[in-house]
Design a binder for this molecule. Structure first.
Ligand code: TYD
Length: 140
């Protein structure tokens, strides 16, 4: 499945906003707002100016990326096509299917990238070499 996933399988999901005079709440639930079950949550923060993150793919992991604060860009690459998404609202999440190379950059000062992930951390699920990723995607 992750061999044939494309950047067009990924989309920005607009989550519900419960607006309140004291502030807003956005909710993400398993198999409701997102098409997978969350097994792990982590977040990137204190990212130095000009820094980029990611530069890898996953065999199986699915994720929802949210700019919980600030903004950043996510470039997805399926080996044929690249698409860049800007995340800059806490009520929007980028759904990333497995089998896609991703790079994150243009982090605004103080930004927080929250990641909802379908599995626990497993280094064996990473493809960290771009040429290996391309051969994985082109190998039927
Ligand atoms: P990595 O996923 O490569 O970071 P990014 O894509 O944000 O640049 O993770 C960087 C390191 O952090 C990794 O080598 C090990 C550690 N790490 C964990 O221990 N557990 C985790 O859940 C994650 C995401 C990373």
């Amino acid at each position: 499945m992750s061999k044939i996933s494309s950047v067009y399988d990924c989309t920005i999901i607009t989550l519900d906003r419960h607006q309140h005079e004291k502030g807003n709440i956005t909710v993400v639930q398993n198999n409701k707002e997102i098409p997978f079950e969350i097994d792990r949550v982590y977040y990137l923060y204190d990212i130095p100016g000009g820094e980029s993150r990611g530069a890898h793919a996953h065999y199986d992991l699915e994720q929802l990326l949210v700019a919980a604060s600030g903004s950043f860009d996510v470039t997805l690459d399926d080996g044929n096509v690249k698409r860049t998404f800007t995340l800059n609202r806490p009520y929007q999440g980028l759904y990333i299917k497995s089998g896609l190379w991703r790079e994150l950059d243009n982090f605004s000062s103080g930004s927080v990238c929250m990641v909802l992930a379908s599995a626990k951390y497993d280094e064996k699920d990473y493809i960290r070499d771009y040429d290996s990723f391309i051969s994985y995607k082109s190998d039927e």
